[in-house]
Ligand binder design. Structure first.
Ligand code: IPE
Ligand code: IPE
Ligand code: MG
Length: 258
């Protein structure tokens, strides 16, 4: 997917910035810094997570306004289970509340919700909620909101490899026919274009097991703010930084679209 596609496909909602060339089609966000935001204010870490949900609402609205087509948010990693039990249950509760309270509004805003990450180990009521969010919004044609929950990229790639291995054992695919495209078709993000831009808040500069395969040529922008502070201006600043980047994809000249 190129920058040109983003401009052509991006139906700019009211409040968009039409002067912006090179709107990324797919933006991934590592929503980091909730705990530090709270600690800096002498509040419990969970308060940072609660305020983080408000930032997420602002972010989804801003993404629609700017004309982004796919927004993938990293909301809980497969490594986050190592946190204190109370914090983990607060994070699970926040996802439940977000989906319960916001699903109708997301649906009426024509947002299509997709969830990636392992579901088998999640509570049954949460799984049903995730299924419901996807089923209700399946045919929506606006922003696709991909929620990465209990997600880890290495596990995702290992799962894709296991599916191909099973197909090989069943005689459906020959090992020599395995290509990057074939492996990609077995990832949980199959059918979703690669992220053009990955934003991480909080000042940390790492991917923490987020979209490792898909981010091969993503532009990375690290914002020096904590996630609860994220707003339209922050997203716009990252998109503007992206628009200034020269993406070469291994070639020698900047792509100009198409
Ligand atoms: C991001 O904020 C939320 C999740 C990882 C679920 P953190 O909780 O990681 O906040 P910091 O990084 O400790 O400040
Ligand atoms: C990454 O943040 C995971 C999410 C934002 C959901 P972490 O706070 O868990 O990452 P590390 O531990 O700083 O690498
Ligand atoms: Mg963190």
């Amino acid at each position: 997917m190129s920058r040109g596609d983003g401009v052509r496909d991006g139906v700019l909602d009211k409040g968009a910035a039409p002067h912006l060339a090179g709107i990324p089609v797919h933006v991934g966000i590592i929503m980091d810094g909730n705990g530090r935001w709270a600690t800096a204010r002498n509040l419990p870490r969970v308060e940072g997570h609660r305020r983080g949900v408000e930032a997420l609402r602002r972010c989804v609205r801003a993404a629609r306004e700017i004309g982004i087509r796919y927004l993938t948010i990293y909301s809980f990693s497969s490594e986050n289970w190592s946190r204190p039990v109370g914090e983990v249950s607060e994070l699970l509760g926040l996802l439940r509340r977000f989906l319960r309270h916001d699903l109708a509004e997301l649906h009426s805003a024509n947002v299509r919700v997709r969830i990636i990450g392992q579901r088998a180990s999640l509570a049954r009521d949460l799984c049903l909620l995730l299924d419901e969010a996807e089923a209700l919004t399946r045919d929506n044609t606006g922003l696709t909101l991909v929620v990465a929950f209990n997600y880890g990229s290495r596990q995702e790639i290992a799962d894709a490899a296991a599916k191909l291995a099973a197909d090989a054992v069943a005689g459906l695919v020959k090992p020599e026919d395995i290509t990057p495209d074939l492996l990609e078709s077995r990832l949980s993000t199959a059918g979703i274009p690669d992220p053009d831009l990955i934003i991480r808040t909080s000042g940390e500069q790492r991917l923490s097991n987020f979209l490792l395969w898909q981010a091969a040529y993503a532009e990375l922008v690290f914002l020096p703010i904590y996630w609860p502070e994220f707003d339209h201006a922050a997203l716009l600043s990252a998109v503007q930084e992206y628009a200034r980047r020269d993406r070469r994809f291994g070639g020698v000249a900047a792509r100009t679209g198409s």
